[in-house]
Design a protein around this ligand. Structure first.
Ligand code: FMN
Length: 456
């Protein structure tokens, strides 16, 4: 018996508002013009990709008290962009990142249900959390949520959203079923939300929008296993990818879920060339564009917590010690380094052993893998990762707006199609169809009651 090939799933990430998006190239276009979003979405759909993906950043990064002007900046609101794209595409999934810490369930549930209806079943919500008070200062609730409560709020938010989506029967709009209620009241009283009333938006074609999750801690993985349809991960090398894949999928059986009900899609980048050497040289140039001299110094300052502008980016690492108490030198980004001292020690050792300058070291430690080579090599590699369970596919992150994926879509995707690992045509109209996900049964018996007490 032959085992069927696993199908590769691919998403097109709109270039991020950060320093990996290169804005110094003549080919680099607007981050905010609709034409940029439209180009990436239309070309992704022409190549039969699963979805278009928008990340979210709610506050511009500040560094040493000023806007960090080495980042690309400017980001329109996610949901109107996706709604506009729904009008210029037919089949492509539309995935929007919306924070679970700062939003209310009724509003977000209504927005995603509306997008699902408008797009004919193509909406997805990427659930992210934030422990960041600097970002929280933008919001009416002010401040932020204690770190340990971020997934508690996220889980309650999703539970209420689901109850709202399930408060309409699938055939409620037609209203031609005999007897029975088509629409139920929702009443939810929990620690974070109290919601009472009827929901104005009918159940969308997908029942529930597809739920993505991006968060990497043990709690984040548990939340993904319990809640999500897709995990957006950052584990894009083969070994890391396989370890992450197993870790998350092993959490599913205890929750009564099948392995294929949760797709793991790491972010990755692709650099192509006519030969392996040509591609490697292009990749080297792109990394140096992404990590400029001043960018390398600013990156070290985030870890050291002190001003390092006196140092030469092409010279050796700073000989000063880090300021352990100055974790706030950069604000508006997740800080991954809790104690800088072991990190600084490890980087000094590496820079010395490999004779790396500051800029070389930053390029090395911020590299996330990615595929570099001829189109055939990259297609082979993507397929190998998927067939050998290092992922279920990838979210492709270009470094240029809006043409950064043109070559990948024109050359690598057809090779994957030729070998039968990627669809040549969409099998159905919805994003659930593209991802091979079941449609949640309508919730005629669903209840939104949770016996929990409000906070405070
Ligand atoms: C691959 C990936 C993508 C993410 N994208 C976003 C994003 O677009 N916007 C955002 O506010 N946070 C984003 N996050 C941050 C997470 O939602 C979360 O705040 C962070 O990972 C901490 O959660 P954790 O403790 O579970 O890892 C992303 C995280 C990962 C791993």
């Amino acid at each position: 018996m032959t085992v069927p090939r696993k199908q590769v799933h691919l998403g097109a990430h709109f270039p991020g508002v950060n320093s990996t998006t290169v804005w110094t190239e003549p080919d680099s276009g607007s981050q905010i013009d609709f034409a940029s979003f439209e180009h990436l979405a239309r070309s992704a759909e022409d190549a039969r990709l699963d979805f278009f993906f928008l990340a979210e950043g709610l506050r511009l990064r500040e560094h040493k008290g000023e806007i960090f002007d080495l980042d690309v900046v400017g980001r329109p609101d996610t949901l109107p962009v996706l709604a506009a794209l729904a009008a210029v595409t037919d089949r492509l999934g539309l995935v929007g990142t919306i924070n679970t810490t700062f939003n209310e369930p009724w509003e977000v549930a209504r927005q995603f249900a509306t997008l699902d209806v408008l797009s004919g079943g193509r909406a997805a919500w990427n659930l992210v959390t934030s422990p960041d008070a600097f970002t929280g200062a933008n919001f009416r609730r002010g401040g932020f949520l204690p770190y340990e409560q971020r997934y508690e709020r996220a889980a309650e938010l999703v539970a209420v959203a689901r109850a709202l989506w399930d408060s309409w029967d699938d055939d409620a709009v037609l209203g031609d079923r005999e007897g029975g209620a088509f629409l139920r009241d929702v009443e939810h009283v929990g620690p974070h939300f109290q919601v009472r009333g009827t929901f104005p938006t009918p159940r969308g074609p997908q029942g529930h929008p597809v739920l993505f999750q991006a968060g990497d801690s043990g709690q984040g993985r548990d939340f993904a296993a319990a809640t999500a349809d897709v995990v957006f991960s950052m584990h894009s090398t083969f070994e890391d990818g396989r370890a992450f894949y197993r870790d998350v999928k092993d959490r599913l059986p205890a929750l009564g879920r099948r392995e294929d009900s949760l797709k793991i899609l790491p972010a990755t980048s692709v650099v192509l060339g006519d030969t392996a050497e040509d591609a490697a040289e292009r990749a080297r140039v792109i990394r140096r564009q992404q990590v400029s001299g001043p960018g390398a110094i600013a990156f070290l300052e985030q870890v050291w917590g002190v001003d390092l502008t006196a140092y030469d980016p092409d010279g050796p690492l700073p000989d000063v010690e880090p300021d352990v108490g100055n974790a706030d030198i950069t604000r508006g980004r997740v800080r991954h380094v809790k104690d800088p001292r072991p990190v600084v020690a490890a980087w000094r050792a590496r820079a010395e052993a490999e004779r790396l300058s500051i800029r070389d070291l930053v390029i090395a430690v911020t590299s996330r893998g990615g595929f570099v080579g001829t189109p055939t090599h990259v297609a082979d590699e993507i397929d190998r990762y998927v067939q050998q369970d290092a992922s279920d596919g990838f979210i492709l992150v270009p470094h240029l707006t809006p043409h950064g994926l043109d070559d990948v879509l024109a050359t690598v995707v057809p090779l994957l199609q030729e070998r039968g690992s990627f669809r040549a045509e969409y099998a159905g109209p919805t994003l659930r169809d593209h991802l091979g996900l079941d449609r949640p049964a309508e919730g005629r018996a669903a209840t939104a009651h949770l016996d929990q007490q409000p906070v405070g």
